[in-house]
Ligand binder design. Structure first.
Ligand code: A3P
Length: 295
């Protein structure tokens, strides 16, 4: 079984090129089934560009809905929250179909236009999390280094350009955050959150989530959740730190790496930062989205 798991996660993932992105077969092999996924009205879809804080928000929702049960302490987060389009063990769509919870927590990195249509038909709740481009880029770079299912990142200096060109698994960050932001303007069951806000005041963001979801939780319960999802707590918890996941090599980098706003300053040279800012201005000039790169 362990051997099979290893083989299923071995690098290199076969590269798949879509007009909108470069992907690996791990996220496209089940495309038709994923597109035909049957959502339910009480499903909660957690949508993000990779490395924007998916696991953080997943765990917040998991604790808000289900508390600290036996399931929490024995089942890894990637078996509690189904990664819909993933074919890496566990197979996301099958896991989602069979989740025993209500609501089902399902995560996706798909750009808004590729979300299975049943989520819109069923008017399911959606939580989108966005993170500023520079920190997102740094986090993705280290993830690509340590995850066997992602393409090799190459040098940091060239990675920045690939990111700006949108030649990434799950496509352009700029299109992703803007596409979902536009959808939020017309879809009332979509809550758009920012990693930086969560980092600044987790308690406030949990309050906002509870209001949006119509959840009444006592102050004590909310405090417990805020404390449980602190970086250090999630990092030492084997059910949330991904240490048991088959595709990751922690000798290269941990999944729970730094968890900071502004770590990009340790990676970008002044020239790289300027180039990125100029490109950002052009790509985001028609957007009303505002990101913070420091708090
Ligand atoms: P870094 O690589 O910058 O440390 P995702 O879950 O979308 O893959 O995102 C992973 C990123 O979110 C990583 O960022 C990880 O450390 C960070 N993260 C996860 N849980 C966090 C928490 N509780 N507090 C702060 N950052 C967290």
């Amino acid at each position: 079984q362990a051997h099979l798991k290893k083989a299923a996660c071995a690098r290199p993932g076969r590269t798949v090129r879509f007009p909108w992105c470069l992907s690996t077969h791990f996220y496209t092999d089940n495309w038709e089934n994923v597109q035909n996924f049957q959502a339910r009205p009480d499903d909660i879809l957690i949508a993000t560009y990779p490395k924007a804080g998916t696991t953080w928000v997943s765990y917040i929702l998991d604790l808000l809905y289900f508390g600290q049960t036996e399931r929490q302490t024995s089942t890894p987060i990637f078996d509690r929250v189904a990664f819909l389009e993933s074919t890496i063990s566990p197979m996301g769509k099958d896991l989602a179909d069979n989740l025993p919870t209500s609501p089902r927590l399902i995560k996706t990195h798909l750009p808004v236009q590729f979300v299975p249509k049943s989520f819109w038909e069923q008017n399911s709740t959606i939580i989108y999390v966005a993170r500023n481009a520079k920190d997102n880029m740094v986090s993705y770079f280290h993830f690509d280094r340590m995850t066997r299912t992602q393409p090799e990142p190459g040098e940091w200096s060239s990675y920045i350009h690939r990111f700006m060109e949108g030649k990434m698994v799950f496509g352009s960050w700029y299109d992703h955050v803007n596409g979902w932001w536009k959808k939020k303007q017309t879809h009332s069951k979509l809550h758009y959150m920012f990693y930086e806000d969560l980092s600044e005041d987790t308690g406030r963001e949990i309050d906002n989530l509870c209001s949006f979801l119509g959840l009444s939780r006592s102050d004590e319960e909310k405090k417990r959740v805020a404390s449980g999802v602190q970086f250090d707590n999630m990092k030492k918890d084997d059910t949330t730190n991904y240490s048991t996941h088959c595709a990751m090599d922690f000798k290269i980098s941990p999944f729970m790496r730094k968890g900071k706003v502004g770590d990009w300053k340790n990676h970008f040279t002044v020239a790289q930062s300027q180039q990125c800012d100029e490109d950002y201005e052009k790509k985001m000039k028609n957007s009303t989205l505002q990101f913070r790169t420091e708090i």
